[in-house]
Design a protein around this ligand. Structure first.
Ligand code: GUN
Length: 301
């Protein structure tokens, strides 16, 4: 068997194109706006943020990047978030991770207003997803993964999905999302015993552990669907968590690195921002304020 490539780049371009059309046709002068908080000078984070800003501009979403030195304290960062939460011009807020070690990331993320938490990293949104609440804002990479799986046309119900990695950003939310799609989900991690045997049971394998080429051909069930979330650099070359060339000989579908999950993350972040904007617009127009005005932008409890 030679695996079919799941072309994330093309699927993401289509998501962005449809979004751009919706934004132009539905919203006139009104533009969704995303605020991105970037702390310190992590090179990878800078590249990710630059890509997000560029992609946002292309679909008609405003993007304001707020940069801070890595000496910023937690209290000062919380004040920034508080301001953005209150600012009715801002529809989505994300904090580029990782944050410097002296800052408690979860504490910061938990202070983003859930309606503006377009990364879905606030524990409130993570909890809604775990409770199968449709109102949850679901983080971008897991949403993108689901879209890639849907593009294969395979039925998810009853399938055994093996997730490698248990991070708050990918492993945990994608496991919840797959469970909500009626998959049987095994969550594995660095302490899992007999990892290869568990992966071999997977009809779907999501590799999100950050170990270059960890997943070998011998670990794969014939005809499995492989989603590779890893972005590793080996000898200056990008590669995923899956031994791509060999695994291609056994899988039915596989995502490449680069060009698989990565482009979907940005596209789904933009979609989350647009959806947050629409919900906030609706709340504004539905809301009759105590000052007597509709959609006046006041912040009454
Ligand atoms: N760092 C690595 N991935 C992500 C992501 O999806 N969002 C944010 N905010 N930070 C990240």
């Amino acid at each position: 068997m030679t695996a079919k490539i799941i072309d994330g780049k093309t699927i993401a371009a289509k998501v962005r194109e449809e979004l751009a059309q919706k934004i132009v046709s539905e919203n006139g002068q009104d533009m969704p706006v995303l605020a991105v908080i970037l702390v310190g000078d992590n090179e990878a984070s800078r590249i990710y943020v630059r890509n997000k800003k560029k992609a946002a501009a292309e679909v008609g979403i405003g993007c304001e990047v707020l940069e801070f030195s890595d000496t910023i304290g937690e209290h000062a960062l919380l004040e920034v978030i508080d301001e953005l939460n209150k600012n009715s011009y801002i529809n989505g807020i994300i904090v580029q991770l990782p944050l410097p070690k002296h800052i408690d990331s979860l504490h910061i993320l938990s202070k983003i207003r859930p309606e503006k938490d377009v990364d879905g990293f606030n524990p409130y949104n993570a909890g809604l997803l775990a409770c199968r609440e449709p109102d949850a804002i679901v983080s971008a990479t897991p949403r993108g993964i689901l879209k890639l799986l849907e593009s294969t046309g395979i039925e998810l119900t009853g399938k055994h999905a093996v997730v490698i990695g248990r991070s708050n950003i990918v492993g945990r939310p994608v496991s919840m999302l797959l469970l909500n799609q009626d998959c049987t989900v095994s969550i594995t991690h660095s302490k899992t015993e007999n990892l290869s045997e568990i992966v071999r049971q997977g009809d779907i394998v999501v590799a999100a552990c950050g170990c270059a080429k960890l997943v070998k051909k011998e670990w794969i069930k014939e005809g499995a669907v492989i989603i590779d979330v890893g972005i590793n650099r080996v000898d200056g070359k990008l590669c995923g968590d899956v031994d791509f060339d060999a695994v291609c000989e056994k899988a039915a579908f596989i995502t490449p690195v680069p060009g698989g999950v990565g482009p979907m993350t940005v596209a789904m972040l933009l979609e989350n921002t647009y959806e947050a904007f629409k919900k906030q617009q609706k709340l504004k127009t539905d809301h009759v304020c105590q000052c007597g005005g509709h959609g006046c932008g006041c912040h009454h409890k």
